[in-house]
Design a protein around this ligand. Structure first.
Ligand SMILES: *Cc1c(COP(=O)(O)O)cnc(C)c1O
Length: 226
């Protein structure tokens, strides 16, 4: 077994244990392997080990790897997306994670209509009100949610967050709880479904699963340090 295959086994079993602790089904948690900065030969090892979903934060890098790797893989764009890259990435991405403003959402909706697409998107929430982070402030998302729902081309899957870096995995828990409860509240107030929660990275994905993550974005725990 390669190191990467071993790492994937460890991550999968930690996800399964965390799901068991919180009486969830591990099948309801998708593992997105964050392959940014790793070359396609390395990503290929994760494909051989059975992974199908990969996350990249740069459009150019996503497109380049997609060309070099098997066509049945699914690629999520996980970082901030610049409006001028939308047209390039929409046809190639399974989901856009990190839609962080109404104006970006409108741009995606418009380009999607031109291309005849219905992109899956996640709305990014700035859970700790960090000035340095992208994402909707919760109050802003609440007030703009109807406008977002009116963008008929967008298939809004749910919410995503990147908590501030903490010392311990437990430090992220309150932000994961916040995202889940905020999702519940948005659903209640709008009647819309926001089934997915993208939360948890290498150091805190087990906590995220305990708090309801349906997708964890794991890079270094699979591929090593960048
Ligand atoms: C890089 C990145 C990850 C993965 O981080 P690791 O700590 O390597 O698991 C997850 N989500 C986003 C948005 C990222 O940019």
């Amino acid at each position: 077994m390669t190191d990467i295959a071993e790492n994937i086994e460890v991550v999968k079993s930690s996800i399964a244990e965390a799901a068991r602790r919180s009486a969830r089904d591990a099948e309801d948690v998708e593992l997105l392997a964050v392959s940014k900065t790793f070359p396609s030969e390395v990503v290929s090892e994760a494909v051989d080990a059975g992974l199908r979903s990969f996350g990249e934060n740069r459009v150019q890098e996503l497109l380049a790897k997609q060309l070099l790797l098997p066509s049945h893989l699914r690629w999520h764009l996980i970082g901030h997306l610049q409006s001028n890259k939308i047209r390039k990435v929409l046809p190639c991405a399974e989901a856009i994670q990190g839609v962080d403003s109404l104006s970006l959402a409108r741009d995606i909706d418009r380009v999607a209509a031109e291309l005849g697409l219905f992109p899956k998107v996640y709305l990014e929430v700035n859970v700790a009100a960090e000035a340095s982070k992208f994402g909707f402030a919760p109050a802003m998302l609440e007030s703009q949610f109807e406008d977002l729902l009116a963008l008929k081309r967008l298939e809004i899957q749910g919410l995503m967050c990147i908590p501030p870096p903490g010392k311990e995995p437990e430090d992220s828990r309150k932000y994961f709880i916040f995202l889940r409860e905020f999702r519940d509240q948005l659903e209640k107030q709008s009647g819309a479904s926001l089934a997915k929660l993208s939360m948890g990275m290498s150091h805190d994905y087990a906590v995220a699963v305990e708090e309801g993550a349906t997708l964890v974005r794991v890079g270094s725990a699979i591929f090593g340090t960048r």
